[in-house]
Every structure is written in C-alpha cells, then in structure tokens.
Design a protein around this ligand. Structure first.
Ligand SMILES: Cc1cc2nc3c(=O)[nH]c(=O)nc-3n(C[C@H](O)[C@H](O)[C@H](O)COP(=O)(O)OP(=O)(O)OC[C@H]3O[C@@H](n4cnc5c(N)ncnc54)[C@H](O)[C@@H]3O)c2cc1C
Length: 267
C-alpha cells in the first residue's frame, strides 16, 4: 500500500524536474553516486523500453567558456572515462557549433549518453505496476504520525489510520519531516532552495556560452562545474548555475539551479 499526500502522484519533484537521464560524468569514479547513477540510467532505459516510454538521447555539451575552466574540463573527461562512459568526445569551438549551432565556447565535452525522459510518465507506469500486482495507492492521504506498535507501525493520515509491518518513507524534500515523526533526530534537515525554469520563445542569451536562438540545435547544455559555486550554494549564498534542457514533456527550458537563500517549504 502506498500513501500519497497529494491528489495526484508525481506532484512534487518527480513531475517537475528537468527530465534528464544523467550519464554520471560528474561523480567520483567508484563512488556510490557514480555507481547508482550509471546503473540507474541503464535500468531506467530498460524500464522505459518495456513500458513504451520515449527516452531520446540528445546528448549534452559541457562547455568551457574561459581558459581557467579548461583544466576542470579535462578532469571531468577523465572522470567520465574512469566511470566507463562510452563515446565522450572533447570538441573545439567549431565542434561545439556543429552540435549546437547557437552555442559558443572554447572547448566542450560532448556526452552522447545523456538522455531525456518524462519522469511523470515513469511514475505513472510504476503506479500501474503496483496496482497490477494487487497493491493500492491511496492519494490525498497525508501521513501525520508514525508510531511503533507491537505489529510494526501505526500510521496516522489526515484521512485514516493504518497498520504496517514495515514502513518505507520516500517523501522527497519532506522526508526529514517523516523521519522526525518516528522520533529520529531533527538533523540532517533538508534546506530547500528556490529554483526557476524559463521557457524562452525567441532570441535570448544564456550565460556566456550561447547566443542567438539555442532551440536550433539538438543537445542539452551545461557550464563547466566549479567547486567554488558548489561551496557558495551549500553555504546558502546568492548564486546561480544555469543549464539548458531539451524536454520530453514540453518546450525546452533554462533551469536556474539555485536562487537567493533558503526557500520555505509549503506544507
Ligand atoms: C528542480 C529539480 C530538477 C531536477 N532535475 C532532475 C533531472 O533532470 N534528472 C534527475 O534524474 N533528477 C532530477 N532531479 C532530482 C529528482 O527529481 C529527484 O531526485 C526525484 O524526483 C525524487 O523522487 P522522490 O520520489 O524521492 O521524491 P518526490 O518526487 O519529491 O516525491 C515525494 C512524494 O512524497 C509525498 N509526500 C511528502 N510528504 C508526505 C506525507 N507526509 N505523507 C504522504 N506523502 C508525502 C509527496 O506528495 C510526493 O509525492 C531534480 C530535482 C529538482 C528539484
């Protein structure tokens, strides 16, 4: 049995994310993140094939626009190779334009294994699998209490109470709240950041790396990541990292990955 607080499944992150099937290029070789990302992408593609869900692979360009970024770009390609990613190519300014005519940069990694998918559809297929196997998903059933009982757990929701032997909590950005209901420590806490998606219609400029109409090309675009940005973002400072996404679910978009300061969660 699944308990869902919203009226529809995938109303939180899974139905509102960038829809990218990440290749795993960014993660330290051998780390859990790298292994989960690469294995997860492969399992996800197989699941989509089985359920008839489209998952095109437009690839991704990770662009260096300054000389100071070139060393990090080389390191990233080494990481990708060590993670076993196939087909990574280092392309020059002309190569960048061939993949994405509107993009400008000194050099870029083209990662052909980066795909896109509508994660809302994936969630819908998973929910159908649950019901086909005899399970139920009860929507509009917000969990408000989790208490130990002789049989396992007593679960209180806004609508009813339930008994379960085992509880698996997967409440996304509210998972710390559910953990606290079991009596667990309040830390670690999820500190949310407000994000924005823009849907450009005509000509626009994106960071220093694109100009003109980026919808003319075919891939996703991202800047060369830096630890300086990550430190600022985790410290809650005003910072931004933009990336350009193709999307299965709607128009292409620019995602502003972090805005100014922490953002209060809705209940
Ligand atoms: C802006 C953004 C872009 C992203 N882009 C990508 C991407 O391109 N590719 C990628 O792989 N990942 C991406 N991610 C990460 C990815 O979306 C998440 O890791 C993933 O969706 C998490 O799934 P989840 O089921 O754990 O959480 P969620 O999808 O957030 O679901 C949590 C569920 O728990 C329910 N819930 C919460 N509290 C309760 C309660 N008290 N009682 C009952 N139900 C409750 C919610 O209603 C919700 O349905 C992105 C994330 C964000 C925020």
């Amino acid at each position: 049995m699944g308990l869902e607080k919203e009226a529809q499944i995938a109303s939180h992150q899974s139905g509102h994310n960038s829809g990218v099937i990440h290749s795993g290029i960014y993660y330290a070789p051998g780390s859990l993140k790298a292994r989960l990302c690469i294995r997860g992408a492969s399992l996800l593609r197989a699941y989509c094939d089985k359920h008839g869900i489209a998952h095109p692979e437009p690839g991704k360009l990770i662009v260096a626009v300054r000389e100071s970024e070139l060393g990090r770009l080389d390191n990233l390609k080494q990481r990708g190779n060590a993670n076993g990613l196939l087909g990574l190519q280092m392309v020059d300014a002309d190569g960048i334009r061939q993949v994405e005519p509107a993009a400008r940069g000194l050099r870029a990694i083209f990662s052909p294994a980066t795909g896109i998918v509508d994660y809302g559809q994936v969630a819908g297929a998973l929910a159908s699998d649950v019901t086909a196997a005899g399970g139920v998903i009860l929507s509009s059933n917000r969990v408000t209490g989790l208490q130990r009982s002789p049989a396992g757990w007593r679960i209180t929701t806004l609508a009813s109470t339930f008994a379960a032997r085992i509880v698996v909590s997967c409440a996304g950005l509210q998972s710390d709240r559910l953990a606290a209901m079991t009596g667990a420590a309040r830390d670690p806490r999820i500190v949310p950041f407000r994000g924005e998606y823009s849907h450009p219609t005509q000509h626009f400029r994106f960071s220093a790396s694109t100009s003109r109409d980026a919808s003319a090309g075919r891939s996703g675009l991202g800047p060369t990541p830096s630890w300086r940005w990550r430190r600022k973002a985790t410290a809650g400072a005003a910072s931004m990292l933009a990336s350009w996404h193709r999307s299965c679910a709607g128009p292409a978009s620019i995602g502003w990955a972090a805005a100014t300061g922490a953002w209060a969660r809705r209940s």
